[in-house]
Ligand binder design. Structure first.
Ligand SMILES: NC(=O)c1ccc[n+]([C@@H]2O[C@H](COP(=O)([O-])OP(=O)(O)OC[C@H]3O[C@@H](n4cnc5c(N)ncnc54)[C@H](OP(=O)(O)O)[C@@H]3O)[C@@H](O)[C@H]2O)c1
Length: 245
């Protein structure tokens, strides 16, 4: 494989499993995130696992001034360019209710920061006429719920953005895939207890790779969440507003 992947949010538990799989396939990896020491160690691990190249690059979704330099670095790689976005933050809804100022950061981390970055990357990928963008949303974006409606709103916005981007870039040979995980056993859910149909990062990675191979548009992981969310979306609002699902 001589493909290059830029991974935004490379330190995420989910991204780590995906990155390991890509490294074993011999990909070239640009690992983007905030913790450069952690990313450096991750890059070293990727090289040992078989990555053709792996380097750490600084990315903060809340600091768009740095995006241009990252795009320039990505563009230096020849061949197929791919991108995967794992960035996101989910403050406790009760904390946001107490401090509405937390909304801005939540929306920036999970939606507008990554969207702004992809908006800048899009022309570079379109010029190559190939490649894949994987955007990790969430089942939380499929319906606003009492427990995480700000995070859910950010993920809904990101999913709608990805849908439009797919519509645009598909015409230029670039495939955009939206991933909607249900609960996954990661840093984000530590301490929240075992949840229904919870899966693990390795399964998410396998589902993403399979989705990319099959050019899926929207992938639910675990797959059962496609059915669960279809049921939840079909509940009439007068009933739904009284539920705590
Ligand atoms: N776990 C779940 O149950 C679940 C379910 C559905 C969807 N998701 C989504 O899956 C993705 C991966 O999450 P995860 O479960 O693997 O949790 P995680 O380990 O907490 O990963 C979150 C990632 O987002 C990064 N991040 C947050 N704010 C950022 C910012 N301003 N700039 C750059 N990076 C930032 C974090 O970087 P740092 O390491 O620097 O903090 C970390 O790499 C997220 O988009 C999440 O919303 C998770």
């Amino acid at each position: 494989m001589s493909e290059t992947w830029i991974i935004l949010g490379a330190t995420s538990s989910m991204a780590r499993a995906f990155i390991r799989d890509l490294a074993q396939q011999g990909a070239r990896l640009l690992l983007a995130g905030r913790d450069m020491a952690d990313l450096g160690a991750l890059a070293q691990d990727c090289r040992l696992r078989g990555a053709a190249a792996a380097e750490a690059i600084a990315f903060d979704a809340r600091k768009p001034k740095g995006f241009g330099a990252i795009i320039d670095r990505v563009a230096q790689f020849d061949g197929t360019l791919n991108a995967a976005v794992f960035v996101g933050s989910m403050p406790d809804q009760a904390e946001i209710d107490a401090d509405p100022g937390l909304i801005d950061g939540t929306i920036t981390d999970s939606f507008t920061g990554p969207a702004r970055f992809l908006q800048m990357l899009a022309p570079v990928m379109e010029a190559r006429g190939k490649g894949v963008i994987v955007g990790v949303g969430s089942v939380a974006g499929d319906r606003g719920r009492i427990g995480n409606y700000v995070y859910g709103a950010a993920k809904a916005g990101f999913a709608t953005y990805l849908s439009g981007l797919r519509n645009r870039m598909g015409r230029k040979g670039v495939h955009v895939m939206t991933v909607k995980p249900g609960p996954v056993d990661t840093a984000m859910t530590w301490g929240l207890g075992r949840m229904p149909f919870m899966t693990d990062p390795e399964t998410v990675s396998r589902d993403i790779l399979k989705g990319v191979r099959k050019r899926r548009n929207v992938v639910y992981t675990a797959g059962i969440w496609r059915i669960v969310m279809a049921v939840i979306r079909s509940i009439p609002e007068p009933i739904f507003k009284k539920l705590s699902v």
